[in-house]
Design a protein around this ligand. Structure first.
Ligand code: NCD
Length: 335
């Protein structure tokens, strides 16, 4: 894998490989010393043109736990706000010797432009581009669903037969798009639920069924109910009458939570608008995987960076009991 730009073109084999390596990474994260020497000497640049808390921190933690050097570059306060182009920024990073660039950008397609422009030789990871895709989020979601479904060791398994229902602001959601494509690749059945105004026009070309009624979708017994944030910052018009009306019809309240099957899970990519798309009861209930998703995000991003930077196909991921890893990890702890 040279880049990770989207899930639409991500082969099933590569998707499963990332998820399986993420399992190995998760095993290492249960050790007392979490740091692995794997990417020592490599430089990962976090290039964030849009605000982000958890995704940026997650990539930073992932890179650091693999011993890479991390440079955080956020557009605010940088030359980008003085009008420097993506090309100039990219060429600067190239001159600094970046091995991987993790990019979040408001324009759909910016990561692909960066990867295919010839401006840089680094591997590119899309950390969210406009309303297009957010592949590592979908991978960590799939990882979370798979773990809950199969427990302990779920390596090699796909999501055949899993029913996943994605609810809310589909129109503006790169998380929804990346999930739809990846879930289809992994064999899950996807249902989208939203007010008609928040369903994208091209949805008929997506491998998903669309419902407008959340109660009907819940009665159908989803294994995972993924609530999306209402992205007010991307809304240029009134897509629903009032927030109160939205949460009454499409929010996950205590009653709807109680109507879910006992083993179904409630997901949210964060940041949550508590009281709008998700109630506090739902967000904090034992079915909620919100914090598991955050923790799994680090393992999945470690896997992605590892496969991009250390990993030709034959590279062996660090296993829990490998003596070299242990020695090196101990060394790491003295710093
Ligand atoms: C998502 C994003 O930025 O696309 N959040 C995230 O990555 N944690 C979803 C969102 O902002 O609603």
């Amino acid at each position: 894998m040279r880049h990770l730009l989207d899930t639409k073109s991500l082969a099933r084999r590569d998707a499963l490989r990332i998820l399986d390596v993420a399992e190995d990474m998760a095993d290492t994260q249960r050790r007392e010393v979490k740091k692995l020497p794997t990417l020592r000497g490599k430089t990962v640049v976090n290039l964030f043109f849009e605000d982000s808390t958890r995704t940026r921190i997650s990539f930073e933690a992932a890179a650091k736990r693999l011993s890479a050097d991390v440079i955080n570059f956020s557009a605010k306060g940088s030359s980008v706000s003085k009008g420097e182009s993506l090309q100039d920024t990219a060429q600067t990073l190239q001159a600094m010797g970046a091995d991987a660039v993790v990019i979040r950008h408001g324009a759909s397609g910016a990561p692909r432009t960066l990867a295919t422009s010839g401006w840089i030789s680094a591997g590119v990871v899309n950390a969210g581009d406009g309303t297009h895709e957010h592949p590592t989020q979908a991978l960590l979601d799939a990882f979370t669903i798979r773990k809950r479904r199969f427990g302990g060791d779920s390596r090699g398994r796909d999501l055949a037969g899993a029913k996943v229902t994605i609810v809310g602001d589909i129109l503006h959601s790169r998380v929804a798009r990346s999930n739809v494509w990846l879930l289809e690749t992994l064999g899950a059945e996807v249902t989208l639920v939203a007010p008609p105004t928040l369903v994208p026009q091209d949805v008929s070309a997506w491998p998903a069924r669309v419902l407008y009624d959340l109660d009907e979708a819940i009665a159908d017994g989803p294994d995972a109910l993924m609530m999306l944030r209402i992205q007010l910052e991307r809304m240029t018009a009134a897509y629903f009458p009032t927030e109160r009306e939205y949460s009454r019809r499409w929010g996950l309240d205590a009653l709807r939570l109680a109507a879910l099957a006992p083993d179904s899970i409630v997901m949210h990519p964060g940041p949550m608008n508590r009281g709008l798309e998700i109630s506090a009861e739902a967000a904090d209930s034992p079915r909620s995987t919100v914090l598991e998703q955050v923790a799994n995000g680090v393992s999945v991003r470690m896997a992605a960076l590892y496969l991009l930077l250390a990993g030709a196909d034959e590279a062996t991921p660090p296993s829990q009991d490998s003596p070299t890893d242990k020695t090196d990890a101990t060394e790491g702890s003295t710093r």
